[in-house]
Structure formats: structure tokens, C-alpha cells
Design a protein around this ligand. Structure first.
Ligand code: ZN
Length: 302
């Protein structure tokens, strides 16, 4: 079954390997995605708080060039995998917010989170405490709405979440987050946040990274991950659930994902497990592809 993946730091990965593995997108990432039946993916550049705007631009330009040269990835549906550029963190933007968002959009960025775990000029990551969104952050949300760039709330703190949800005139997405109702982790969404996401027709991409599923290392399994999807189904309904894998096997040798999901090549194991757990074909399709596809499609005009 085809899958849409809302989060994987592949933009940063291929940039870091630009000298030792310049064909990495097509030669390393594509075969694994093909095996996992990925048909749409975010290619994410992750900016953790230290990067300047110039460094952000260099990474985006490199990714853009790699996509344009790719045999398999395209922004439209003309090659095997449809992709879009997404940014995790905008720490390099400290002035001229609107102009810089316009530049990023011109270079095919279609989704962005204002911060990673850092506290920057726009927003504050959930790991860094709780603060209101800054004035520059508000300007950023308005600029993103105006130019039609989707807004990711996966890493921001809860106060920022409510500010962004209130200011944005378009539905927001948490591309890779789980739920505080099952595991009270700073990165996860509380029930009131889920309520807001639901009421604004937003989307949540559940994340099967071990340490975001449960603290109990003996229970970091696909079954436990599906419990999160069950929880979301009860709270917000099937139409608001997607997948944001955030694989790290290509960054680190240590196992990062729940058992049975070693790399994106095994992504169909999620499909199998959803069927095992009684989800209907339409529900599995909605979670694995349709919901994310329909969410992101209005942003993908080129
Ligand atoms: Zn992340």
C-alpha cells in the first residue's frame, strides 16, 4: 500500500554527505523508499538553532538541485516519488521575515516549523520551556499563510502551539508527534491541543521512534505504536491521522525505531500491523496516505 511520510531529515543527510556520496538521494535513499512503497515524502532540512540564514540557504539550494537532477523524485507526480521540501526550524531568520519566507518558497519549501528544540527569534521549542510566540514569529505565520506554506507545530512549546493555531488562517500540522495522554513527553500533544487540531481540521503524523513511543524499553514495539494511533482515532478520528516516521538508521547505527521497523524499507510493516489490529482498508489508506496527501496537496503548486 502506498505511504506518505511527513517527516524524514533527508535534506540534511544528503547535504552532510555531499562530498563523500553525491548521489545519495537516488542511490541510497530511493531504493529503501521504493521497498517501503513510499509514494510521497517530505524531504526535510533540520536546523537545530545554530545555523545562520546563509547556511539554511545553502542546504535548501543543494536539496533543490538534487531533486531537480533526480531520476526518481519530483515535486509534481511525474516521477516515482512525489516530494516537497520541508524545514524543521527557522533559527537563521532573525530579521526580514517575510522576504526570507518568500525566498524559501521560491526555492520549493512548502512546509516549515518555526523551531526545533531551540528557543529562537521566532518561536520556542517544547524542550526549552513555554513562551508566547514572538512578534517576528507572528509575522512569520502571517507570511507563511499569505504565500501558502504549511505550518508544522511538531517541535514548538504548548504556548506557541496555541498562538500559532489562533493566528494561522489555515489548518496546522504536527508532522511527527505523539500524544501526552499515553506518554507525557515534552514533544507530544496534550488532549486540549488535539482538540484544537481537530477543530481546525489539522493533522497529526504519529512517530514510531522508540523513545517517543514509550519510556519502557521493553515495550518499544509496533503494537505500542499502534496504541498511539488507536488513541488518536478515539480523540480526533481517522481523518486527522498520518505518519511522520523520522527514520534515523541513516544517521546512527543504534536502533532508533520500534521493533520491526528498522528502516523505511520496512514501512509496510505498519500497514500489516494496522490490518492485524482490525483497521479497515479505507482506514489504513487514510492513515498511510490519503490524509497527508489531501492535507499537503493545496500547498504543492509550482
Ligand atoms: Zn523533529
Amino acid at each position: 500500500m502506498k505511504i506518505c511520510n511527513l517527516h524524514d531529515d533527508i535534506g540534511t543527510d544528503i547535504y552532510e554527505h555531499r562530498y563523500d556520496d553525491p548521489q545519495r538521494l537516488d542511490n541510497y535513499h530511493y531504493p529503501k523508499m521504493k521497498a517501503g512503497e513510499i509514494k510521497m515524502t517530505a524531504l526535510v532540512c533540520c536546523f537545530t538553532g545554530q545555523q545562520t540564514y546563509k547556511e539554511m540557504q545553502a542546504q535548501v539550494l543543494y536539496l533543490e538541485q538534487q531533486i531537480e537532477q533526480s531520476l526518481y523524485f519530483s515535486y509534481d507526480n511525474s516521477k516515482d516519488i512525489q516530494c516537497f521540501i520541508a524545514l524543521e526550524g527557522l533559527c537563521g531568520i532573525q530579521s526580514d521575515v517575510t522576504r526570507k519566507i518568500q525566498w524559501l518558497y521560491q526555492h520549493h519549501v512548502r512546509l516549515a516549523a518555526l523551531c526545533w528544540n531551540d528557543d529562537n527569534a521566532l518561536a520556542c521549542g517544547a524542550k526549552a520551556g513555554n513562551k508566547p510566540l514572538t512578534d517576528l514569529g507572528k509575522e512569520c505565520i502571517i507570511a507563511m499563510n499569505d504565500i501558502n506554506m504549511a505550518i508544522d507545530v511538531s517541535h514548538c512549546c504548548e504556548w506557541n502551539f496555541y498562538d500559532i493555531a489562533r493566528i494561522s488562517n489555515k489548518p496546522i500540522v504536527a508532522t511527527h508527534s505523539n500524544v501526552k495522554g499515553l506518554f507525557n513527553h515534552y514533544r507530544h500533544l496534550s488532549d486540549p491541543c488535539l482538540e484544537v487540531l481537530y477543530s481546525q481540521n489539522g493533522l497529526i503524523g504519529a512517530i514510531p521512534v522508540r523513545w517517543f513511543v514509550t519510556r519502557d524499553e521493553t515495550k518499544q514495539t509496533l503494537d505500542e505504536f499502534i496504541n498511539i494511533i488507536d488513541y488518536l482515532k478515539n480523540k480526533v478520528g481517522i481523518r486527522h491521522i498520518a505518519l511522520g516516521f523520522d527514520f534515523m538508521d541513516y544517521i546512527d547505527d543504534a536502533p532508533c525505531m520500534v521493533e520491526g521497523l528498522e528502516s523505511i524499507a520496512n514501512a509496510q510493516n505498519v500497514v500489516k500491523k494496522l490490518y492485524d489490529r482490525g483497521y479497515s482498508e479505507n482506514e489504513v489508506k487514510a492513515i498511510c496516505f490519503d490524509n497527508a496527501y489531501h492535507y499537503i496537496l493545496p500547498y504543492l503548486k509550482y
